[in-house]
Design a binder for this molecule. Structure first.
Ligand code: BGC
Length: 344
């Protein structure tokens, strides 16, 4: 009887042993630990201008090349952007790169990202009063200086209009600051009169158009217009055209949009500022992937956003006139000669 009991116990132990082994040794493919993809989020809060989809494409291209995965969402409404950022947070991205649609309204959702352990990068536009880990941009004060300086070099005195960017974009203020640095001495010496000084809601070209049109209609005279970007420059030039003044008045811009480069050739616009999009998008992707891996990004500057000194990485903007199209945008293959000059 004892023997039978021992045999039964041995049998039970053997069966349990076999179960234990098969339970614990999984088939080979199941024990291979697949590393989850490194997710990087991109929240684009503006797409009116030609540049932004390029920014996004180039960013995605570089993230992929670096072996990570980019999850991008876009809108131009701040409330939608907030929920899109929440969506990125819920997808467990490691870093979120943000082009804000509004420079003041994202601090709450950025706190939520930080609480979830996600790093936050402001791209091209600073976000105020928020816990940013990095700001990557062109130096917008310098862009503003370049714009005004290019005009002052050509038109040292006379009636100037300042047609600024959107009041909800921090860059609009930085640009104006840079331009006014250049213009102020001449205003004080009486050589330059600033006859219009307006922002343009949402960077809308039609707002710029209305401001110039109303001024000219009321009999005002102009010699130069600092337009904060190529979009607003297009509105300015449309208004000038209605008064047969296109090409007569010096006009600046920014972004080196294709239409603006063509206007440089036709003489309707005097200068634009080329901001190498490939350089900023690729650098942002590199730094984002680095930060996603827990590494420190390299920086070359910092900027106070009201909450902290945010480490910043700046890329040089480049002035472009009709005479320098070849050595700037064409050499950089931003556009081909044919795209700018047509087939002639
Ligand atoms: C950017 C410009 C752009 C403007 C309108 C600014 O923040 O720096 O490049 O033209 O927004 O989108």
């Amino acid at each position: 009887m004892k023997k039978i009991l021992i045999i039964i116990l041995l049998l039970v132990a053997a069966v349990a042993g076999i179960f234990w082994i098969t339970w614990n040794i999984d088939p080979v493919e199941e024990i291979t630990l697949e590393t989850p993809p490194l997710l990087v989020g991109f929240s684009l809060g503006v797409y009116r201008e030609e540049r932004w989809l390029k920014d996004l494409d180039l960013f995605n291209e570089k993230v992929k090349e670096l072996g990570a995965v980019s999850v991008s969402l876009m809108t131009d409404e701040v409330d939608v952007q907030i929920s899109q950022i929440r969506n990125l947070i819920s997808q467990n991205v490691k870093v979120i790169v943000i082009v804000p649609s509004n420079f003041k309204k994202l601090s709450g959702v950025i706190d939520e990202a930080q609480e979830a352990g996600i790093k936050v990068i402001a791209y091209d536009r600073l976000i105020l009063d928020s816990d940013l880990d990095l700001y990557i941009s062109f130096d917008s004060v310098e862009v503003g200086r370049i714009q005004a300086q290019a005009l002052v070099d050509r038109v040292p005195s006379g009636n100037y209009a300042y047609i600024g960017g959107s009041p909800t974009d921090n860059n609009a203020y930085l640009l104006r600051e840079g331009s006014m640095e250049v213009l102020n001495d001449k205003v004080e010496s009486g050589e330059i009169d600033i006859v219009i000084d307006e922002y343009s809601t949402d960077w809308d070209p039609s707002v710029a158009y209305e401001n110039i049109k109303n001024y000219l209609e009321s009999g005002g005279e102009l010699d130069a217009v600092v337009a904060a970007n190529d979009g607003t420059a297009s509105g300015v030039i449309e208004a000038l055209r209605e008064f047969d003044l296109e090409g007569e008045i010096t006009v600046s811009g920014q972004d080196a949009e294709l239409a603006a480069c063509r206007r440089l050739v036709s003489g309707e616009q005097t200068v634009t500022v080329y901001k190498p999009i490939r350089a900023i998008a690729h650098k942002a992707a590199e730094l984002a992937v680095k930060m996603a891996k827990g590494e420190e990004p390299e920086v070359n500057n910092n900027i106070n956003n009201g909450y902290k000194d945010v480490p910043a990485f700046y890329i040089e903007p480049i002035v472009v006139s009709k005479d320098t199209l070849d050595e700037t945008v064409i050499e950089d293959r931003f556009y081909s000669r044919e795209e700018i000059y047509g087939d002639n």
